[in-house]
Design a protein around this ligand. Structure first.
Ligand SMILES: *Cc1c(COP(=O)(O)O)cnc(C)c1O
Length: 393
């Protein structure tokens, strides 16, 4: 019997090691990792530059707490701020903590800068959102599985349909301090909003003196063929929320990145984290930023993504009813008459491809950006074979 709580239902693969886009299980079997830990492993398993940065820092020092400065944090913050075109970084650990931190910053900004009456601040979110698992974050989720029996919930959030600018506009009032959105909804099934949506959100929030917070925890840092999905949409949010790939798949590293007129509202003692900004996380995060600074990873994701999307579109009508995505990130809706996403993922695993289903019939593909074009083609071959095996036309 397992001693683990039952909050996950993993595929029956027990991984022992990994290199690049491939992992090896305890029996020696190899699998192409087409999930990349929900994009936390964007640069592949054991990326040499990231492992080297981690190993070097392990030998120096790993944790000081923010009670003292450490020599890795400030250079990391400067590099990350430069990558984002902003001037301030609030370092945390997990994605959910970055979201929670941004909620606190937005509320404090609302009271201290915008002048919203005490305890009245509201934040607008989108239906179908996924921003993490804490009690406040699930308070504004519409996923019943994520919420059932976890109430009472945190007030102060309004949810509107994703991609609907009129609904967003109608929801804004004098108490609105922020709009919090995923530029592409990841957990919802790689839902890409209409091209005009994010520019309209930017224009509207600017006009109404409301912060635009982009949760790029899964979409950011190369996955979509750009540093941020907001770049693809041609918008600059007030706050970027980053996590997942920021830790290079080695340690949890997250951050809120913005300008001092917003992030500067936090005063000493008002917010913190024992591990946030630790030297090991900073060294790895800095190496991740250096990898992205050349633009090569983003370009590779863009090129491989075009190849992937083109191949997947050929499967439309052959067991697949929809394909969505951006860069090296695809959401594939399997014909529900054929099989569930779970069954397809189990059959993919038998053929050596690891992927994850979401919402019943959707499969998400997000291989590490270092995957070779041939391996990527092979993964789609396996998907095609699985669909045929299940009786697709
Ligand atoms: C994964 C994710 C989070 C939460 O990150 P954790 O590190 O699991 O807490 C938040 N927002 C988005 C968009 C995510 O994909």
């Amino acid at each position: 019997m397992s001693h683990l709580a039952h909050n996950y239902h993993p595929l029956e693969v027990t991984v022992e090691s990994g290199e690049g886009a491939w992992v090896t299980d305890v029996t020696g079997r190899r699998y192409l990792d087409c999930l990349a830990a929900y994009s936390a492993v964007n640069f592949g398993h054991g990326h040499p530059a990231l492992v080297a940065a981690a190993k070097a820092q392990l030998d120096r020092i790993t944790l000081t707490s923010r009670a003292f400065n450490n020599d890795q944090l400030e250079p990391f913050a400067a590099a990350l701020a430069a990558l984002a075109g902003k001037d301030m970084v609030l370092p945390m650990n997990t994605g959910a903590e970055a979201v929670e931190s941004a909620i606190k910053v937005a509320r404090a900004w609302g009271y201290r800068v915008k002048g919203v009456p005490a305890d009245r601040a509201t934040i607008i979110v989108a239906d179908g959102n996924f921003h993490g698992r804490t009690t406040t974050i699930i308070s504004f989720s519409n996923d019943e599985q994520a919420r059932a029996d976890f109430g009472p919930f945190t007030p102060g959030f309004v949810s509107v349909p994703y991609g609907d600018i009129a609904a967003l506009e109608a929801a804004i009032d004098d108490t609105t301090v922020a709009v919090l959105l995923e530029p592409i909804q990841g957990e919802a099934g790689i839902i890409v909003p209409p091209a005009e949506y994010l520019p309209a959100v930017r224009a509207l929030t600017t006009e109404r003196n409301v912060l635009f917070i982009a949760d790029e925890i899964q979409s950011g840092l190369g996955r979509t063929g750009a540093t941020f999905q907001c770049d693809n949409a041609g918008v600059v949010p007030d706050l970027y929320l980053l996590g997942k790939a920021l830790g290079g798949g080695i340690v949890p590293v997250s951050a809120v990145v913005g300008n001092a007129d917003i992030l500067g509202v936090l005063r000493p003692g008002e917010h913190g984290s024992t591990f946030g900004g630790n030297p090991l996380a900073s060294a790895v995060g800095h190496a991740v930023v250096d990898l992205l600074a050349t633009g090569e990873m983003q370009e590779r994701a863009r090129m491989l993504g075009e190849r992937l999307q083109a191949r997947l579109r050929l499967l439309l009508g052959h067991g697949i009813v929809a394909v969505r995505g951006a860069g090296l990130w695809a959401g594939i809706d399997v014909d529900p008459g054929l099989a569930t996403g779970r069954v397809v993922c189990e059959k993919l695993a038998e053929r050596g491809v690891l992927a994850k289903d979401t919402h019943g019939s959707t499969i998400r593909l997000a291989p590490p950006i270092v995957v070779s074009p041939e391996d990527l083609d092979w993964a789609v071959d396996q998907l095609e074979a699985v669909l045929q095996e299940l009786g697709a036309a």
